[in-house]
Every structure is written in structure tokens, then in C-alpha cells.
Design a protein. Structure first.
Length: 369
């Protein structure tokens, strides 16, 4: 008996194998980036799989995400990568969650809040080597490190930076960023302030800039078998972990010249067989007109008219054998045919990162492997 009308299938064996591949290629321990609900794949299950594959750390962007993992019983090193405000300092210290400090004021406030709670907080120093987002720039790097080391209730555990153009292997700026980071690290080393764990490389830079791997790598997109960019594809041996599926729930013959769906953005040319696929923009399918296709019975067919919140209409004239209950694939393989997250990204004018993180929480996630 079928249960879900639409769902995601996530192959945890693929995630474990991708992590092992990253460890082999880089020769470094992996900090698995599981922010954004593990790029839509489900943070708790992916975190467990990552740890089983040997990932030493888990990284998220917010304390809210870190707390979900701890509440699910996930232990071990866990880093929150974007600024955490002092109201969360005591919780972080209590639960062994490491935070990033990116400017002196926040470092002082976190130290004060942890101290007031009678706790110690582990922190990673964030340096801006050229991304020009978060972090302390080279000229203030040493003073910043001295300050943070001097603050009671903080324990400096790591140092990090982030690359702006790691997914452009030809861009010279990543080499410049690596050079700036190395100068900062040398200055810290010379004063005995180099933290034990230095990390910088996301997926693309870990794969394309071996000099960027330092003590650990910090990959996200590649864990899921998704390409960092068309310019920085994954090497052989990675495989995508996620499929998005649905079941055909309606199939009708509609008379020629009929408007279909909201605002009649599609009109039948002749008598047409139109099906309903029960997944829509609230699940993460974009409302861009004429951009979507799905697989059914191993064939690619078009989504027609407006994407609704919970469903879309599909044109089934080319699939006479289609029947209610048939499996529909929005991302993944069916027979010889395949639609990749990268194909949706191209059709929508965005990246596969946004496609994957846009998969809504309400979609059932079914794990295998
Ligand atoms: C998201 C993120 C990563 C992972 O990036 P990918 O390109 O997905 O590998 C690493 N570091 C930081 C700071 C990030 O925000």
C-alpha cells in the first residue's frame, strides 16, 4: 500500500562513501557541514552517517541547528560557524558546542556570558583573508588573537577562514587568500598563539587547492554528491545521495482549447492527457513557468501551467501507458533517464545548493543504506 504521495529518498551509504572519498583525496580529517538541514538531506541522519564514516567534526550555521543535533543525542565536536549572540553562550558551553568569534566585541560578550554562567566556552578565531564577509583582517589578527586568548572563560580551539572563489579553480584570489592566511598563522605561531585546529577549505577548495587543506577540511556540498560548480566538478567516485519522488494521483483527458490550472497559463492544443503530480512550490519546486520536467515510466515529460503550492500538472500524451499510482521522479534516476539537482538549478537560474536547501521540511525523508 502506498503511503507518501511525495517524498525524498536519501542514500546514507552514498554520503558515507563521499566522505571517505574526501578523506582519501585530501588526506585530512573531515568537518562535515550539515547546515541548512544537511543541505535538505536531514541533519540528524546525515550527522550520524558522517560520524560513522569518520568525520571528526560537524559544522552548522546556527545554535538552533546545533541544539537539534544535541537533542537528538549526537555527541562529539560540533562548530557553529556564523556569529552566535551571547544569549546562547551558556547553552553552547553546557553542551560542548564550539563557537566562532569574528570580532573583539562579541568575543568579550561571549566570555562575560560564559563566565557569568560559570562555564568555559571553546571558540574558533575567524579571519577575513579576502572573502570580506566575517572575520578579522590581517592587520588586526595578532591583537585579536591575544585578546581572545586573554579572555577568561574562553578556550581557543581553532582558527579558520573562508574562500570567496574556491569554486573557480583558475581564479588567482584563492592563492592570495591562502598566502594571507599563512602569514596570519605564522604570526600566531611565532607568539605561541597558533590554535591547534586550523581549517579553511570548503568542498571546491579542498578538491582544487591542496594548499588550502591545513589541519582539517570543511566540505558541505560534496558530502551529498553534488557538484560545487560546473567549473569545479566532483572527481570520479562521488554519487548523489538524494532523490525526490511523487506518485501520479490524477490522470484525465482534457478537451482541446481548455485552460489548465491557476490563471490558465496553459491551454490544451488538442485533446490532451493531463496528470497531477502532488508536489509544489511549498516543497521546493520553483514557480518559474515552463521550467520544470519530471520523469515517469522512464520518460521525461513537461510540467505545464502554474506550479501550485502542493501540486503540478504534467503533460502525459507521450506516455500512453502512464497510470495513477506511477512513480514520478523530480530529482534522481528512473530507468535510463535522470534529472539532477544541477539540471533544476540550471532551469531555475540558480545553484544546486539552493535547490537542495530549498527542499521543505514537510517532505517525508526516507533513508536507506
Ligand atoms: C557552507 C560552508 C562550508 C561548506 O561549503 P561547500 O561549498 O558546501 O563545501 C564551509 N565553510 C563555511 C564557512 C560555510 O559557510
Amino acid at each position: 500500500m502506498f503511503k507518501h504521495s511525495t517524498w525524498l529518498e536519501i542514500d546514507l551509504a552514498a554520503i558515507r562513501s563521499n566522505i571517505r572519498r574526501l578523506q582519501e583525496i585530501s588526506g585530512k580529517p573531515v568537518m562535515a557541514v550539515v547546515k541548512g538541514n544537511a543541505y535538505g538531506h536531514g541533519a540528524v541522519e546525515v550527522s550520524r552517517a558522517a560520524q560513522a564514516a569518520g568525520a571528526r567534526w560537524l559544522c552548522v550555521s546556527r545554535m538552533e541547528e546545533a541544539l537539534i543535533l544535541r537533542k537528538a543525542g549526537i555527541e562529539g565536536p560540533l562548530l557553529v560557524m556564523t556569529p552566535t549572540l551571547p544569549g546562547f553562550a551558556a547553552d553552547a558551553a553546557e553542551m560542548g558546542i564550539s563557537l566562532v568569534v569574528h570580532e573583539p566585541g562579541l568575543a568579550k560578550e561571549l566570555a562575560a556570558a560564559a563566565g557569568a554562567a560559570g562555564k568555559n566556552l571553546a571558540v574558533h578565531l575567524k579571519f577575513d583573508t579576502g572573502m570580506h564577509r566575517l572575520g578579522v583582517q590581517e592587520q588586526e589578527a595578532l591583537d585579536f588573537a591575544r585578546l581572545v586568548y586573554s579572555l577568561p572563560s574562553l578556550r581557543v580551539e581553532g582558527a579558520m577562514t573562508h574562500f570567496a572563489r574556491g569554486d573557480e579553480p583558475e581564479a588567482p584570489t584563492t592563492h592570495l587568500q591562502i598566502a594571507v592566511f599563512k602569514r596570519i598563522l605564522s604570526a600566531l605561531e611565532a607568539t605561541g598563539l597558533r590554535p591547534p585546529l586550523v581549517h579553511a577549505a570548503n568542498s571546491a577548495s579542498a578538491l582544487y587547492f591542496p594548499a588550502a587543506t591545513f589541519d582539517m577540511i570543511r566540505p558541505g556540498i560534496s558530502l551529498y554528491g553534488l557538484h560545487p560548480d560546473a567549473l569545479a566538478p566532483l572527481p570520479e567516485g562521488f554519487r548523489p545521495a538524494l532523490s525526490w519522488k511523487a506518485r501520479l494521483v490524477s490522470l484525465k483527458t482534457i478537451a482541446a482549447g481548455s485552460g489548465v490550472g491557476y490563471n490558465y497559463r496553459y491551454t490544451t492544443a488538442g485533446t490532451e492527457r493531463i496528470g497531477v503530480c502532488p508536489t509544489g512550490y511549498a516543497d521546493g519546486l520553483r514557480r518559474k513557468l515552463n521550467s520544470n520536467q519530471v520523469l515517469i515510466r522512464g520518460k521525461k515529460v513537461s510540467v505545464i501551467g502554474s506550479v501550485c503550492m502542493d501540486q503540478v500538472m504534467i503533460q502525459l500524451d507521450s506516455v500512453p501507458e502512464a497510470a495513477i499510482g506511477d512513480e514520478i521522479v523530480l530529482i534522481g534516476r528512473q530507468g535510463e533517464a535522470e534529472i539532477r539537482a544541477e539540471d533544476l538549478a540550471a532551469a531555475w537560474g540558480t545553484s544546486n545548493y539552493e535547490v537542495a536547501t530549498g527542499l521543505d521540511h514537510r517532505l517525508a525523508r526516507i533513508y536507506s543504506g
